[in-house]
Design a protein around this ligand. Structure first.
Ligand code: ZN
Length: 129
């Protein structure tokens, strides 16, 4: 019955796996290859979960992205100014560079979080497929 030992929730979110089986990958290419960064398969290769459950589904990920990056940016700039003694301009330049580098990672993690909120984990999904 137990095939692959089950991935934890955090490992599944940050490993960008299918929320239903926690095995199939959500994206076709590695994040930092920067090739086809937004491309996803239409269904989970492992359990068959539809990766587009309803029209406009991924708009929700935009709000997830906005919420957590707003706090992360605030912390980043605050840390630069108060802990590292950077100037305000310096902290914001560092922020913009960091956001540019991690842009697609942020995009993907936000989709992964959103999908994991929406779809329930089903350890037997793969067998049932
Ligand atoms: Zn799956």
């Amino acid at each position: 019955m137990e095939t692959n030992q089950n991935r934890g929730l955090m490992a599944s979110i940050f490993g960008m796996r299918c929320p239903r089986c926690r095995e199939g990958k959500l994206f076709n290419t590695p994040t930092f290859s920067y090739q086809k960064p937004t491309e996803m398969p239409s269904h989970c290769p492992s359990c068959g979960q539809n990766y587009m459950p309803e029209p406009g589904f991924w708009y929700g990920a935009m709000f997830i992205s906005y919420i957590w990056t707003a706090f992360a940016c605030l912390f980043f700039v605050g840390f630069g100014i108060f802990a590292l003694g950077m100037s305000i301009n310096g902290a914001f330049i560092a922020l913009v560079i960091t956001c540019a580098i991690f842009f697609f990672w942020i995009f993907r993690i936000s989709r992964s979080i959103w999908f994991h909120i929406y779809v329930k984990y089903d350890p037997l999904a793969k067998e049932r497929n």
